[in-house]
Design a protein around this ligand. Structure first.
Ligand SMILES: Cc1cc2nc3c(=O)[nH]c(=O)nc-3n(C[C@H](O)[C@H](O)[C@H](O)COP(=O)(O)OP(=O)(O)OC[C@H]3O[C@@H](n4cnc5c(N)ncnc54)[C@H](O)[C@@H]3O)c2cc1C
Length: 395
């Protein structure tokens, strides 16, 4: 019998599958679409520095722990599968106009107080760091910024490919085009799930079930008696092929960013839109992203887009993911709602869920992520706060 059936083939589901299969469990993953139909594939893979400091909350502790695990997993995945997920400490610049520089400098003090290396830069310092910004500095679009040398990035499509290959090497079964439609419940637990697999109906029975269906978790969770919100928050991305690589670091301007690849590709992101379950790009948003690239890099960014795409982040009311047992069921768990940080927090989430399933004490206290946690007042990390920031920036 399958030990664990995981519903969802994004980074959260595949990471949990890899971790459990590595511990000897027989694992089955059911994923409704292909890898490209996930927020995980669409995501950019920026990992800001992840310090842990005395008295930091569970969210920062989960991120810090995940960050350490990512370094380990990148090495293991390369050794196991031969796939390099591209995890690199490229560094991140956060830039602003004259009106926004003070706020960035205050953020720099916060970063240092938490133990992260962070440097304030004036216009000359920025231009020395990234000469391609000289044009934007000359036009007053950028007046100063901060440098976070420990910011990292990875290539999420490559990471997903490596995760899936690692799962298979560990004898986990990953089935794509397998949509879970129903849940068979009995005496305080789940007996099985009914899935439509390539046109046929299959009942999958297992000892444990994990619901990791990203933005779709809220709706599917109702069949488990679970009441959580995972609101789909669309993010659109524009990919440009520049004639030559012009940046070495990630450049963040408000909620927008430029992420350079070594081959001259440049990712320009992103939007934050409450637009329902519609993972499609729009002309207006792509035009705005082209403008951001042009504002920061000038004419060098005036090239035709190579590709555009969109994904649906799973957003939650309080900005925290839900990771833990499904209340009222003794063999069902949920791991969803990671919003803007699911790529980063995937490794820690996987170990946390595996520990909970196996009755071990996880290194991070999971209480803050419980499905039945009391409603928290909306924070700066909540979906509502981010949507308000995005609206203010595009006004
Ligand atoms: C544009 C963009 C940029 C981002 N940038 C970053 C970043 O820089 N850093 C970062 O950490 N995070 C980033 N994120 C957020 C990150 O991508 C998400 O938090 C993360 O991918 C969520 O992973 P997931 O596995 O929960 O969901 P998903 O990747 O969406 O996977 C959900 C899975 O559930 C499956 N599913 C749904 N319903 C069913 C069903 N009924 N039956 C079976 N399977 C089902 C889907 O098919 C899919 O396989 C970004 C997201 C976007 C959109």
């Amino acid at each position: 019998m399958t030990d664990c059936c995981i519903i969802g083939g994004g980074i959260i589901g595949l990471s949990i599958a890899r971790e459990l299969a590595g511990r000897g469990a027989r694992v089955r993953v059911l994923a409704r679409g292909g890898r490209r139909d996930t927020a995980s594939w669409a995501g950019v893979g920026i990992f800001p520095p992840a310090p842990e400091w005395a008295g930091c909350g569970s969210y920062a502790a989960l991120t810090a722990w995940s960050d350490r695990l990512h370094r380990q997993w990148a090495v293991e995945l390369l050794a196991e599968t031969g796939i390099d997920n591209g995890l690199r400490p490229c560094g991140g610049l956060y830039v602003a106009t004259a009106a926004g520089v003070d706020r960035l400098h205050a953020a720099a003090r916060d970063w240092r107080a938490r133990g992260a290396e962070c440097h304030e830069l004036d216009a000359d310092g920025l231009a020395a760091c990234e000469p391609a910004l000289a044009d934007a500095i000359g036009r007053g679009v950028v007046a100063g910024g901060i440098l976070l040398p420990a910011e990292q990035s990875f290539r999420s499509p490559r990471h997903l490919e490596a995760l899936e290959a690692s799962c298979r090497l560990r004898a986990a079964v990953v089935t794509h085009e397998a949509a879970v439609r129903d849940v068979l419940r009995s005496r305080g637990g789940v007996e099985g799930v009914v899935a439509e697999v390539a046109g046929t109906v299959e009942t999958v029975r297992a000892r444990h079930f994990v619901l990791a269906a990203g933005a779709w978790t809220g709706t599917l969770g109702e069949k488990f008696g679970l009441r959580i919100e995972t609101r789909p928050i669309r993010g659109q991305i524009l990919l440009l092929q520049l004639p030559r690589p012009v940046l070495t670091r990630i450049v963040n301007l408000g909620l927008h960013y430029l992420v350079p690849r070594e081959d001259g590709h440049l990712l320009v992101g992103s939007t934050l839109e409450d637009a329902g379950f519609v993972p499609e790009t729009t002309d207006a948003a792509i035009a705005r992203l082209r403008m951001v690239a042009h504002d920061l890099l000038g004419d060098v960014a005036r090239v035709q887009p190579t590709r555009t795409w969109a994904g649906l982040r799973p957003g939650t009311v309080d900005g925290l993911p839900t990771i833990g047992a499904v209340p009222g069921l003794d063999n069902a768990f949920v791991a969803a709602g990671h919003f803007r940080a699911g790529l980063h927090q995937s490794t820690g989430t996987a170990v946390l869920i595996a520990d909970l399933i196996q009755g071990q004490r996880p290194p991070v206290d999971p209480a803050a992520f419980a499905a039945d946690r009391p409603p928290a007042p909306p924070s700066d990390d909540s979906v509502a706060a981010y949507l308000a920031r995005a609206a203010a920036e595009s006004a």
